[in-house]
Design a protein around this ligand. Structure first.
Ligand code: G3H
Ligand code: 13P
Ligand code: ZN
Length: 309
């Protein structure tokens, strides 16, 4: 089976009230961990590479790893560009076998965002590739309190409906209070489900994407800190909120930080407990297993995408 787009995945996820994980990949162990977990519970997958990932691993290595994952697992897997900064980057990925791209022009004024996204959609659709775009700005509570109009960062539902209609995109990333990284909330976690609900009402059947959706599990942070790390106050999106989002219009939930935490905590622990070891396979193996455990939990307990492959 070749790499697939997200079209079929999202249709089924929307109808079934679950979400597909958009997992960030940067090297072989991360790909193995995610794919081994998904294969055990028969979940479709979106494996995504950011610009940083493509620079770090070289785009072609990541693409070949993901192609190998399809061959190895037989799962429906989409290869997605995460946060494509401009048309050229999206075009390069489309020309090189990606089946889905994100054009992130959300920091531009609305009309400019529409124009840039439209250009990507035209090129992508002509090549059988689907497009995710973003409207609104992901912000944490910290940003929130600095802004006088609190809602300025959140996605405006009416504008979202116009944006989808004018650009012809296949999915839309929205800002409802999540943010990237391991420090999402200072205090109580809060997401604007009212905004998500309005968007769902204005765009029935249309797949919504949630970025910055790691849950930053306490046990993973504790392990990092126990073995020499320093991540005080790390906090993510509670799992019940992600389940609720998945039951609504959210069809793709992006997860990177949780994988980083799993890998880092495990390697820190290994180094602390086995100071004489120096074969990378000795610590990368357990790190890969830790990623697998996180992803399996995510698929079965949060996303609801098990047995949907
Ligand atoms: O959205 C951000 C992802 O976590 C990717 O992060 O740009 O450091 O690869 P990165
Ligand atoms: P996290 O930092 O919450 O894992 O979000 C990742 C993401 O949104 C990738 O695009
Ligand atoms: Zn993101």
């Amino acid at each position: 089976m070749p790499l697939v787009t997200t079209k079929d995945m999202f249709e089924k996820a929307y109808a079934g009230g679950y979400a597909i994980g958009g997992f960030n990949v940067n090297n072989m162990e991360i790909v193995h961990g995610i794919v081994d977990a998904a294969a055990e519970v028969r979940s479709p997958l979106i494996l995504q590479a950011s610009s940083g990932a493509r620079k770090y691993a070289k785009g072609v290595y990541l693409r070949k790893l993901v192609e190998a994952a399809v061959e190895d697992s037989g799962l429906p897997i989409a290869l997605h560009l995460d946060h494509g900064a401009d048309f050229e980057i999206c075009k390069e990925c489309i020309d090189n076998g990606f089946t889905s791209v994100m054009i992130d022009a959300s920091h531009h004024p609305f009309e400019e965002n529409v124009a840039i996204v439209k250009k990507v959609v035209e090129y992508a659709h002509a090549h059988g590739v689907v497009v995710e775009a973003e409207l609104g700005r992901l912000a944490g509570v910290e940003d929130d309190v600095k802004v006088s109009d609190k809602d300025a960062f959140y996605t405006d539902p009416e504008q979202a409906a116009e944006f989808v209609q004018r650009t012809g995109i296949d999915s839309l990333a929205i800002a409802i209070g999540t943010s990237h990284g391991a420090y999402k909330f200072k205090g109580e976690a809060r997401l604007r489900f009212d905004i998500l609900e309005k968007i769902g009402g204005l765009l029935p059947g249309f797949p919504i994407v949630l970025h910055g959706a790691s849950s930053v599990p306490k046990d993973l942070v504790e392990k990092v800190n126990k073995y020499g790390g320093n991540m005080p106050g790390a906090q993510g999106v509670p799992e019940d909120m992600l389940r609720k989002a998945a039951s609504m219009a959210v069809c793709k939930i992006n997860i990177d930080s949780d994988l980083r935490l799993a890998m880092t905590g495990t390697i820190r622990e290994y180094f602390a407990l086995h100071p004489a070891d120096f074969d990378p396979r000795q610590y990368l193996g357990p790190a890969r297993e830790a990623i697998k455990a996180v992803v399996k939990h995510k698929i079965t307990e949060v996303l609801g995408s098990a047995n949907k492959a």
